[in-house]
Write a protein that binds this ligand. Sequence first.
Ligand code: SF4
Length: 742
Amino acid sequence: MRNISRRAFLQVATGTAAVGIAIPQLMDMKAFGASVADAPVTKVPTYCNGCSTGCPMFAYVKNGRLWKLEGHPVAMKNYGTLCARAYGVATDLYNKDRVRQPMKRGADGKFQPISWDQAFKEIAEKLTGIIDKHTGNSVAWMAHGGKDTYGGMFLDEIGSPNFITHYSTCFTSKTNAWDKMVSNQLTVDIRRSKYMLFAGRNYGGAIIPAAMKQLTAAKGLGRKIVVVDPRLCELAKIADEWVPIRPGTDLAFFLGLAHTLISENLYNKSFVQKYVFGFEEFWAANRDFSAEKAASICDIPAEKIREIARDMAKNAPAAFLDPGYHGLHNHYVSSTQIAQANVIVNALLGNFYQHGGLMPSARPTLGSIKFAKRLQPEKGPRADGAGVPNEYPTVEPGRGIAQHMPDLIAQGKIKAVFMYHFNPLRTAPDPEYQKNIAKAELVVTIPIDWNESSYYAAHYILPEHYFLERMEAPKPVSGNISHDYPQIAMRMPAVKALHDTKPLLEIMQGLTKAMKIDDLYPFTVDDEIAAAIAPLGIDKARIQTEGCIELPTPIQPGFPEKEGKPACGTFTGKIEFSIGAFKLHGRLGVPTWIPPLVSPKGEDEFRLIHGKQPWHSHSQTNNTPYLLEMTKSYNGTWMWMNRKRAEKLGISNGDTAIIESKIEYPGQAPRIVKKNMQIKVTDMLYPECVWVPSAHGCFSPNMTYGYGKGASYNDFAASRVEPLSGGCMVQEVIVKVRKGAL
Ligand code: SF4
């Protein structure tokens, strides 16, 4: 494929221009464009699958083939726009590396096609045997998202509690702390805010289109945007100020902010008095943690910490510290305390449920199909120990701990694993360790493409329809940024299925029928749509045509109260600075300073940190040809290194270097991992760390575009568990770097 510019890429992907590039047969838009010049265009509502934002959009189709995309003008996530990833991901409909039919691994380790019926029969026999022998508790369902799915219903039916999400490799400490302290995941009200502080959050890299639109509009209005980050990230480029921080020390910075707000009497006392529980306990534990002390740890001058705290207080409650996402919320040993301190800084500003501060998502209440639930008693505690006394009692059982599945298999706790839209061999730490998932008695993946987990671990691959081929019931459009009115969106199939794939509902109906489980899913997606919209009074034809609909009742500011008392959903009804569940299990209830697990020492040592690129969604897009062309244009697989540190190592921009880390597990000899990476030499990075983009390092040979390109941070990290929230601590890693190649 020849190099193409981003502009040309977008034109090709949207079908607005024909560019003569050598693309695989199924993606030859030029030939297709010529052949259907006069064909009618149909407009189909759906929402993007390029990242978890799920931006509503329209797919335009000509002669049964995707023609162009357009962001939905109503949708609060994107206001009519889409990011580059959406266009790239849409073309993956035609990617030759999709799994095109069910596959079975033979005794020789190679995959052979198998019919759906035969696959269902064989999986059902093996699974029934496993359940009979070891109970349903020996079965795990791993998925990107939450349990409210057909997979969750399946586990309920067989009596297994082992639904495991990807959260412990992403942002698990945030949801854990916010649920326990606030009982809600509040969102930022960018449009009305006067002062916005972002730490470990990059809306310009991990894009939410509407957030970037709101932030650029806010900047035009003179509102203050400050970004604290070891790297001058995309969001920092539009900010008023970039404040570099020593990575791994955000907790010190947050505690320094809190100390300034309290010691200078800048905090909202009436709010704290009325709506906060545990203030004194927090202050008693952190009275000595001054801005100076914070500065000595996080390398942000004390005066700057005080200035930020004072400016926030001046603008409160129309000021916020963004609650954050992937950036800080499972990567450090202190990630849970970081999330706790984030809640505390915001509460001291009195910005909860306030315009310009933090507001709840405007979520509509959708209906669901009423049928008798056949929940079987669980046959034992969760295998991963999440929420289990004497294991990980404070980890959210609804999210689980994804990264230590190989241990659970080795211990005999898990015998059968389903992986639905989840690829732990690439997205969890230490791929060599994760490959041991293959040792389960039964591994079934339900993917779109030949991801690493399918290629190395699956015994059966049951390919799902691509999102542009699927119809899915309406869901709320909410989260991350505040919007006054609730919205819903749904997916209609834009094109007919290209290959011998199935939607998940049909896969589960086929499997459970083969297991002689009668009517676990006695409904169609049409039934689900009708049930979902019934309480909203929305006509089915309307939602199927408009796709995204805004509902008329706005959310109002104001702390939740019942009979004049705080009622935010926690035990006390207040924001709880001290988490009772932590104390119950012998830990401090309030956050205090915790030093990083590891720190770089030698001249060749660096903390390894990572982040998103605006044109990739972590590893999800690492085999998308058009997005990889952008990677090539921007040298997007290179590792960033601070210029002064690079000079000391004799490394120039574009040089290849050997990156080395030591992977250690208790009771085992250390394993040394070495990879080549090209180095981007920059002034835009804190000197003690190196930064890698999170998208690359594909190692499935059947992913032919991305295979062998770049490396992943997960290659260099051992699989560990942060005990309070279950995070995998992948930024607690030191690598050695030297010029040269393996
Ligand atoms: S942010 Fe981009 S990739 Fe993510 S859902 Fe929206 S358009 Fe798709």
